[in-house]
Write a protein that binds this ligand. Structure first.
Ligand code: 13P
Length: 248
Protein backbone atom coordinates (compact mmCIF):
# COMPACT_ATOMS: atom_id res chain seq x y z
CA UNK A 1 0.00 0.00 0.00
CA UNK A 2 1.32 3.46 -0.92
CA UNK A 3 2.08 5.73 2.04
CA UNK A 4 -0.06 8.89 1.93
CA UNK A 5 1.20 12.20 3.28
CA UNK A 6 -1.63 14.73 3.38
CA UNK A 7 -1.74 18.44 4.19
CA UNK A 8 -4.85 20.02 5.71
CA UNK A 9 -4.57 23.79 5.19
CA UNK A 10 -7.81 24.38 7.17
CA UNK A 11 -9.01 28.03 6.90
CA UNK A 12 -5.65 29.40 5.82
CA UNK A 13 -4.43 30.86 2.51
CA UNK A 14 -5.92 33.16 -0.12
CA UNK A 15 -5.61 32.14 -3.76
CA UNK A 16 -2.27 33.97 -4.11
CA UNK A 17 -0.91 32.38 -0.91
CA UNK A 18 -2.08 28.92 -2.01
CA UNK A 19 -0.44 29.37 -5.40
CA UNK A 20 2.82 30.47 -3.77
CA UNK A 21 2.95 27.52 -1.34
CA UNK A 22 1.79 25.15 -4.10
CA UNK A 23 4.60 26.32 -6.42
CA UNK A 24 7.21 26.00 -3.67
CA UNK A 25 5.94 22.53 -2.69
CA UNK A 26 5.77 21.30 -6.31
CA UNK A 27 9.38 22.29 -6.96
CA UNK A 28 10.53 20.50 -3.78
CA UNK A 29 8.48 17.37 -4.63
CA UNK A 30 9.91 17.36 -8.15
CA UNK A 31 13.45 17.14 -6.81
CA UNK A 32 12.53 14.67 -4.02
CA UNK A 33 11.08 12.15 -6.50
CA UNK A 34 9.15 10.45 -3.68
CA UNK A 35 6.99 7.40 -4.36
CA UNK A 36 4.62 8.50 -1.58
CA UNK A 37 1.20 9.87 -2.47
CA UNK A 38 1.02 13.56 -1.57
CA UNK A 39 -2.36 15.25 -1.04
CA UNK A 40 -3.27 18.83 -0.18
CA UNK A 41 -6.69 19.61 1.31
CA UNK A 42 -7.14 23.30 0.46
CA UNK A 43 -9.97 25.71 1.33
CA UNK A 44 -12.67 25.68 -1.38
CA UNK A 45 -11.66 29.11 -2.69
CA UNK A 46 -8.01 28.06 -3.16
CA UNK A 47 -8.49 24.57 -4.64
CA UNK A 48 -8.05 25.66 -8.27
CA UNK A 49 -5.00 27.82 -7.49
CA UNK A 50 -3.35 25.00 -5.52
CA UNK A 51 -4.21 22.31 -8.10
CA UNK A 52 -2.80 24.39 -10.98
CA UNK A 53 0.58 24.64 -9.23
CA UNK A 54 0.77 21.16 -7.68
CA UNK A 55 -0.22 19.02 -10.67
CA UNK A 56 1.22 16.36 -11.28
CA UNK A 57 3.28 16.19 -8.07
CA UNK A 58 0.39 16.22 -5.61
CA UNK A 59 -3.36 15.73 -5.75
CA UNK A 60 -5.72 18.27 -4.23
CA UNK A 61 -8.81 17.77 -2.08
CA UNK A 62 -11.62 19.81 -0.51
CA UNK A 63 -12.15 19.89 3.25
CA UNK A 64 -15.90 19.21 3.20
CA UNK A 65 -18.78 18.46 0.81
CA UNK A 66 -22.58 18.61 0.84
CA UNK A 67 -24.42 15.34 0.05
CA UNK A 68 -26.63 16.49 -2.85
CA UNK A 69 -26.15 17.02 -6.59
CA UNK A 70 -27.41 20.63 -6.49
CA UNK A 71 -30.27 22.60 -4.96
CA UNK A 72 -31.32 25.20 -2.43
CA UNK A 73 -28.49 24.63 0.09
CA UNK A 74 -27.13 28.13 0.68
CA UNK A 75 -23.42 28.19 1.36
CA UNK A 76 -22.82 24.55 0.51
CA UNK A 77 -20.61 22.96 -2.17
CA UNK A 78 -21.42 19.85 -4.24
CA UNK A 79 -19.11 17.04 -5.41
CA UNK A 80 -19.39 18.27 -9.03
CA UNK A 81 -18.28 21.78 -7.98
CA UNK A 82 -15.29 20.33 -6.13
CA UNK A 83 -14.24 18.22 -9.14
CA UNK A 84 -14.75 21.23 -11.42
CA UNK A 85 -12.08 23.14 -9.44
CA UNK A 86 -9.52 20.36 -9.96
CA UNK A 87 -9.88 18.38 -6.73
CA UNK A 88 -10.08 14.58 -6.64
CA UNK A 89 -10.36 14.07 -2.88
CA UNK A 90 -12.49 15.31 0.00
CA UNK A 91 -12.20 15.13 3.78
CA UNK A 92 -15.31 14.12 5.70
CA UNK A 93 -15.91 14.26 9.44
CA UNK A 94 -12.92 16.38 10.43
CA UNK A 95 -13.11 16.88 14.20
CA UNK A 96 -13.40 20.66 13.77
CA UNK A 97 -16.61 20.06 11.79
CA UNK A 98 -17.90 17.47 14.26
CA UNK A 99 -17.20 19.63 17.32
CA UNK A 100 -17.40 23.27 16.20
CA UNK A 101 -20.14 22.83 13.57
CA UNK A 102 -21.89 19.93 15.37
CA UNK A 103 -21.95 17.53 12.43
CA UNK A 104 -23.36 14.16 13.49
CA UNK A 105 -21.82 10.82 12.53
CA UNK A 106 -24.94 10.09 10.48
CA UNK A 107 -24.51 13.29 8.44
CA UNK A 108 -20.80 12.55 8.01
CA UNK A 109 -21.82 9.08 6.83
CA UNK A 110 -24.20 10.56 4.22
CA UNK A 111 -21.44 12.87 2.97
CA UNK A 112 -18.96 9.99 2.75
CA UNK A 113 -21.29 7.73 0.77
CA UNK A 114 -22.48 10.49 -1.54
CA UNK A 115 -19.00 11.81 -2.35
CA UNK A 116 -17.76 8.28 -3.14
CA UNK A 117 -20.79 7.63 -5.33
CA UNK A 118 -20.10 10.87 -7.22
CA UNK A 119 -16.54 9.82 -7.99
CA UNK A 120 -14.48 11.64 -5.36
CA UNK A 121 -11.96 9.82 -3.20
CA UNK A 122 -12.76 10.27 0.50
CA UNK A 123 -10.62 10.54 3.62
CA UNK A 124 -12.92 9.99 6.60
CA UNK A 125 -11.65 11.53 9.85
CA UNK A 126 -12.44 9.95 13.21
CA UNK A 127 -11.14 10.41 16.75
CA UNK A 128 -12.08 10.72 20.40
CA UNK A 129 -12.06 13.68 22.78
CA UNK A 130 -9.94 13.60 25.92
CA UNK A 131 -13.05 13.11 28.09
CA UNK A 132 -14.13 10.11 25.98
CA UNK A 133 -10.64 8.57 26.18
CA UNK A 134 -10.45 9.08 29.95
CA UNK A 135 -13.89 7.48 30.34
CA UNK A 136 -12.66 4.32 28.56
CA UNK A 137 -14.85 5.07 25.51
CA UNK A 138 -12.18 4.92 22.77
CA UNK A 139 -13.45 1.82 20.98
CA UNK A 140 -17.12 2.80 21.34
CA UNK A 141 -16.45 6.26 19.83
CA UNK A 142 -14.37 4.94 16.92
CA UNK A 143 -17.01 2.32 16.16
CA UNK A 144 -19.88 4.82 16.33
CA UNK A 145 -18.05 7.18 13.94
CA UNK A 146 -17.10 4.42 11.49
CA UNK A 147 -20.31 2.41 11.28
CA UNK A 148 -22.64 5.07 9.76
CA UNK A 149 -20.00 5.98 7.16
CA UNK A 150 -19.43 2.39 6.02
CA UNK A 151 -23.02 1.23 5.81
CA UNK A 152 -24.05 0.14 2.30
CA UNK A 153 -20.83 1.15 0.55
CA UNK A 154 -19.66 -0.94 -2.41
CA UNK A 155 -16.49 -2.77 -1.32
CA UNK A 156 -14.64 -2.26 -4.63
CA UNK A 157 -14.94 1.51 -4.20
CA UNK A 158 -13.59 1.32 -0.66
CA UNK A 159 -10.51 -0.62 -1.71
CA UNK A 160 -9.70 2.01 -4.32
CA UNK A 161 -10.74 5.48 -3.21
CA UNK A 162 -11.06 5.52 0.53
CA UNK A 163 -8.79 6.28 3.48
CA UNK A 164 -9.30 6.87 7.18
CA UNK A 165 -7.51 9.48 9.29
CA UNK A 166 -7.36 8.86 13.03
CA UNK A 167 -7.03 12.23 14.73
CA UNK A 168 -7.47 12.26 18.51
CA UNK A 169 -9.18 15.60 19.20
CA UNK A 170 -6.88 16.34 22.14
CA UNK A 171 -3.80 16.10 19.90
CA UNK A 172 -4.99 18.50 17.18
CA UNK A 173 -3.24 21.86 17.17
CA UNK A 174 -2.19 21.38 20.79
CA UNK A 175 1.41 20.30 20.27
CA UNK A 176 0.44 17.22 22.31
CA UNK A 177 1.19 14.31 20.01
CA UNK A 178 -0.34 10.96 20.98
CA UNK A 179 2.24 8.47 22.28
CA UNK A 180 3.44 5.76 19.94
CA UNK A 181 1.56 3.15 21.97
CA UNK A 182 -1.66 5.22 21.91
CA UNK A 183 -1.41 5.50 18.11
CA UNK A 184 -0.60 1.82 17.58
CA UNK A 185 -3.47 0.79 19.88
CA UNK A 186 -6.04 3.02 18.16
CA UNK A 187 -4.91 2.03 14.65
CA UNK A 188 -5.09 -1.68 15.56
CA UNK A 189 -8.59 -1.10 16.92
CA UNK A 190 -9.65 0.68 13.72
CA UNK A 191 -8.24 -2.12 11.54
CA UNK A 192 -10.24 -4.67 13.59
CA UNK A 193 -13.43 -2.59 13.38
CA UNK A 194 -12.96 -2.30 9.61
CA UNK A 195 -12.63 -6.10 9.35
CA UNK A 196 -15.79 -6.49 11.39
CA UNK A 197 -17.76 -4.05 9.18
CA UNK A 198 -16.20 -4.83 5.78
CA UNK A 199 -14.43 -8.18 5.81
CA UNK A 200 -11.25 -8.72 3.81
CA UNK A 201 -11.15 -5.32 2.06
CA UNK A 202 -10.26 -3.84 5.48
CA UNK A 203 -6.58 -4.68 4.96
CA UNK A 204 -6.29 -2.47 1.87
CA UNK A 205 -7.69 0.74 3.40
CA UNK A 206 -4.93 3.23 4.32
CA UNK A 207 -5.01 4.46 7.94
CA UNK A 208 -3.41 7.86 8.53
CA UNK A 209 -2.51 9.47 11.86
CA UNK A 210 -3.08 13.19 12.47
CA UNK A 211 -2.50 15.47 15.45
CA UNK A 212 0.57 17.67 15.98
CA UNK A 213 2.67 15.84 13.39
CA UNK A 214 6.00 17.62 12.82
CA UNK A 215 9.18 16.78 10.85
CA UNK A 216 10.75 15.57 14.12
CA UNK A 217 8.06 13.06 15.15
CA UNK A 218 6.90 11.90 11.69
CA UNK A 219 9.54 9.15 11.09
CA UNK A 220 8.72 7.25 14.32
CA UNK A 221 4.95 7.48 13.74
CA UNK A 222 5.29 6.17 10.17
CA UNK A 223 7.11 3.08 11.44
CA UNK A 224 4.19 1.95 13.63
CA UNK A 225 1.99 -1.01 12.69
CA UNK A 226 -1.16 -0.07 10.79
CA UNK A 227 0.05 3.50 10.14
CA UNK A 228 -0.06 4.07 6.37
CA UNK A 229 0.33 7.83 6.31
CA UNK A 230 -0.03 11.18 8.04
CA UNK A 231 -2.54 14.05 7.96
CA UNK A 232 -0.76 17.27 8.85
CA UNK A 233 -2.27 20.61 9.89
CA UNK A 234 0.00 23.39 11.17
CA UNK A 235 3.26 21.91 9.83
CA UNK A 236 1.75 21.63 6.32
CA UNK A 237 1.29 25.37 5.84
CA UNK A 238 4.92 25.87 4.81
CA UNK A 239 6.36 23.86 1.92
CA UNK A 240 9.68 23.48 3.75
CA UNK A 241 8.31 21.66 6.83
CA UNK A 242 5.69 19.71 4.88
CA UNK A 243 8.23 18.43 2.35
CA UNK A 244 10.41 17.26 5.26
CA UNK A 245 7.44 15.23 6.48
CA UNK A 246 6.86 13.83 2.97
CA UNK A 247 10.33 12.26 3.10
CA UNK A 248 10.31 11.38 6.83
P1 13P B 1 -2.26 19.84 13.58
O1 13P B 1 -1.23 19.08 12.76
O2 13P B 1 -2.13 21.32 13.46
O3 13P B 1 -2.34 19.33 14.98
O4 13P B 1 -3.70 19.50 12.89
C1 13P B 1 -4.04 18.18 12.68
C2 13P B 1 -5.27 18.15 11.84
O5 13P B 1 -6.36 18.48 12.29
C3 13P B 1 -5.14 17.73 10.44
O6 13P B 1 -6.39 17.49 9.88
Amino acid sequence: MKTIIAANWKMYKTRAEAAETGRDLASRLQSLKTDRMVLVFAPFTAIAAAADELRPFAAVGAQDVYPALEGAFTGEISPAMIKDCGAEWVLTGHSERRHILHESSDFVGQKTAFALKEGLSVMLCIGETLAEREAGQLERVLSSQLEPALRDLPKDILADRFAIAYEPVWAIGTGKVASESDIAEAHGMIRNLLSKFLGSVAGSIPLLYGGSVKPANAPAILKLDNVNGLLVGGASLKAESFSQIVTA
